[in-house]
Design a protein. Structure first.
Ligand code: SAM
Ligand code: DTB
Ligand code: SF4
Length: 326
């Protein structure tokens, strides 16, 4: 049984002396996961920029003047080639991102369903992050073979309207519920480094931890401060905050894949090693996130070699589940 943590308990975990915290998280990690096994996802922006939302961190919001160039929805063939490259590079999951407020029932959605089918047939897990979805849309995605849906809560409920005004925290939770009802796995996390307090970080982790079932995947992003966004001048997140967030997530979300997400380009290999030790077991690999740079593929593979990490195979969890239910 997964424990219901209170905010006070989570705050105490977060404030544990650092090495003790890493050691506790590492114990949990060893109990529930294979040490050194890291899920590698490739990320592709299938529709870029021009988004009507006002998320303060996002370079793709139409209202901010950033260098992001608007690009209409990619075609299925082009996406299929990207999936081949991602697979050849060792990715087991491909995540498709669209700068949409929400999914609409139109031709573009049909194209995305085709993309999901095509990538799934290559033996890759497919994840999508397309904004808000209804239960019916989520079911269509599931029918096309989607494995996971990413929809981040981004910050605490209390801090939400300081970051985004064009939708509410409850809108986010509603989409997560729709995704669950459709039988998809849930990927939901957030961002640190946006000027939030430690209590906001705890509030965000608390909300994620009380979801039942807990999300299968929780990305922890360090803000990539992009010129032209309201957050362009935010100071970089200290690596110690990232390690604390990951270790705390690992302890309260024991079975979840905790993803060391955006911001790795500003982290040393030693810093990332501490994040893996603290329970991170998933990353985005490939030179680009959605619109901003990510470490070079070769450099990541060099890091994997040095730290003794190995990429997790696609559908490994599903296979284990099927074995158990036999
Ligand atoms: N439009 C969809 C949505 O908002 O759900 C999907 C794409 S959106 C870019 C996905 C997530 O990327 C956001 O929820 C946010 O957590 C993350 N993100 C966006 N810009 C970021 C930045 N500058 N730094 C870190 N994470 C960022
Ligand atoms: C997530 O939590 N992080 C990824 C993915 N889910 C979609 C996106 C990070 C985006 C960073 C900014 C950019 O490259 O535009
Ligand atoms: Fe649009 Fe998503 Fe960026 Fe918000 S985070 S502006 S919804 S692309």
């Amino acid at each position: 049984m997964i424990k219901d943590w209170t905010k006070q308990e989570i705050l105490e975990i977060y404030n544990t002396p650092l090495l003790e915290l890493i050691s506790k998280a590492s114990e949990i990690h060893k109990t529930f996961h294979k040490i050194g096994e890291v899920q590698v996802s490739s990320l592709l922006s299938i529709k870029t920029g021009g988004c009507p939302e006002d998320c303060g961190y996002c370079p793709q919001a139409a209202r901010y003047h950033t260098e992001v160039k608007v690009h209409k929805l990619m075609g299925v063939d082009e996406v299929s080639k990207c999936a081949d490259n991602a697979k050849a590079g060792g990715a087991s999951r491909m995540c498709l991102g669209a700068a949409w407020r929400e999914v609409r029932d139109n031709k573009d959605f049909d194209t995305v369903l085709d993309m999901v089918k095509t990538i799934n047939s290559k033996g890759l897990e497919v994840c999508a992050t397309l904004g808000m979805v209804t239960e019916e849309q989520a079911k269509k995605l599931a029918g096309a073979g989607l494995y996971a849906y990413n929809h981040n809560i981004d910050t605490s409920e209390e801090n939400y309207d300081k970051i985004i005004s064009t939708r509410t925290f409850d809108d986010r939770l509603d989409t997560i519920k729709n995704v669950r009802k459709a039988g998809l796995t849930v990927c939901s996390g957030g961002i640190i480094g946006m000027g939030e307090t430690a209590e906001d970080r705890i509030g965000m982790l608390h909300t994620l931890s009380i979801l039942r079932p807990q999300p299968e995947s929780v990305p922890i992003n360090a803000l990539v401060a992009v010129e032209g966004t309201p957050m362009e001048n935010q100071p970089p997140v200290p690596i110690w905050d990232m390690v604390r967030m990951i270790a705390t997530a690992r302890i309260i979300l024991p079975k979840t894949a905790v993803r060391l997400s955006a911001g790795r380009l500003s982290m040393s290999m030693e810093g990332q090693a501490l994040c893996f030790l603290a329970g991170a077991n998933s990353i985005f690999a490939g030179d680009k996130l959605l619109t901003t740079p990510n470490p070079k593929y070769n450099e990541d593979m060099e890091m994997f070699k040095i730290l003794g990490l190995s990429p997790k195979k696609a559908f490994a969890d599903k296979l284990v589940e099927e074995e158990v239910s036999k």
